[in-house]
Design a protein around this ligand. Sequence first.
Ligand SMILES: [Zn+2]
Length: 571
Amino acid sequence: MRWSATLIPTLKENPAEAEIVSHRLMLRAGLMRRLMSGAYTYLPLGFRSLNKALQIVREEMNRAGANEILMPAVQPVELWERSGRLAELGETMMHLHDRQERHFVLGPTHEEVVTDLAAHELKSYKQLPINLYQIQTKFRDEIRPRFGVLRTREFIMKDAYSFDADAAGLDKSYQAMFNAYCTIMERCGLKYIVVEAESGAMGGDVSAEFMVPCSAGEDLLAVCPECDYAANLERARPGPLPEAEQGDKPLTEKATPAMKTIDQVSGFLKMKPKKLVKTIIYKAGGQPVAALVRGDHDINETKLARVLGAEVEPADPETIEKVTGAPVGFAGPVGLDIKIIADQGVLSVCNFVTGANKADTHYVNVNLGRDFQPTEVADIRFAVEGDACANCGATLDLKHGIEIGHVFKLGTKYSSKLGATFLDEHGKEQPMIMGCYGIGVNRIVAAAIEMSWDDKGIIWPMGIAPYQVEVIPLNMDMPEITEIADKLYSELTDAGIEVLMDDRDESPGIKFNDADLIGLPIRVVVGKKAMEQGCVEIKQRTDAKPRLIKPEELTAEVRKIVEFELKRAEA
Ligand SMILES: [Zn+2]
């Protein structure tokens, strides 16, 4: 491709709308332009990179034995009513009505549609296992789209769904997808970690996320530097805190007028937040429950729900007042006559402060065991900086990450609700056992840029670079230069190398700056000075200096570098 014949609108200045590196560089390098909040047009360079990521995803899915299909983006709302997820996904779903007032949604995901397909087309164990996947645009009504293509209202997703006859089959299908995902991440040049994750609205109980650690990521991860433990913070299990000796100071009431928050109380009593214990009243299965965590910790409601075996929601003020006999803000475990779940971290403090179930009053010198007895002690909090790894005791690193892929063992959540059953070998009807596996393809491109850039621009990994080589003829007014450049361009192209030639009549400074900005892996410069020695210059994006090479040796050298880089990514 010749620069003069394509559209690469590079920008000298940083666009004000861009908050993070990948967003800034994708705009500056002319990869995309914004149409409106959360919607971008991919320009030729950006689309080439996106397509390369898509191609890698497709090749590895096919290699793993999955079958590509294409399902509609517009889905009947009835399917979502049947699966029970309409409320669960709530306002993130985009709804529309047609001229006959029929109600549809724009698919945020396709479990319902594919399970309905399976219910109609898969009848016998002989048709299982099977894995169906698609590459489709998904829609989510994000409250606040941001970070360029990391969080948008529409995005391209590869979603695969496996159907098995039994749990052992699901294990195999899941592992095949897991392995394919590792290869995809590697071929796209992404440095990634796999973390334990919560299944959330998808359901099921085993799931893992493929994450690219970087500061722009919206997910928080707890990663052990010593063993292989890594988990999304939503899921991470902190190691137990050392238990405190019992304190012996007498339980005392303190007046704390209008002091309701941890900060207010700890400031007023001049005690660190970790010496306070929060008591939060929830409703679980219609019953009030008290959850206790240290003042410097936060309750993880997903963990609490798992301990209680029921959905939880914070209790309304009325319930809190009824249960504690005090206004909201003064709840405490002493004398409380409901189920009490204490976080393990509460055992690490003694002589602590809690609400006294009395207006404007707290207790000091509360001790677990002496002053109250929890129904259960469990891990119900989020891990924090400084927490130990539950496996090996090393201090966990907390870091941000971009979620690229997520694999789930769904089990029978959808098949049982949507009637996807099959006849087993004995002629008995069984629900199919499902897995689902997603990759956010747009995020691959953004994550690759977040991972690899310098102050001049993008540093593309070879696997998803828009082109592999940029040829830059300087001195466009010298026919001997443009002739050689044209010849090299043809030779490289004929050899199957992807070449962009900057044939613009611009100054060397502008061409070099743009070359660094768009960041193609190999740069070849045809200029007067090197030509006097019968050579052209070749430089990889990360090399400090170019080296000279004879034009007749160039194609072989470029091919060698391309092949080496592609292999290195996969190794
Ligand atoms: Zn560890």
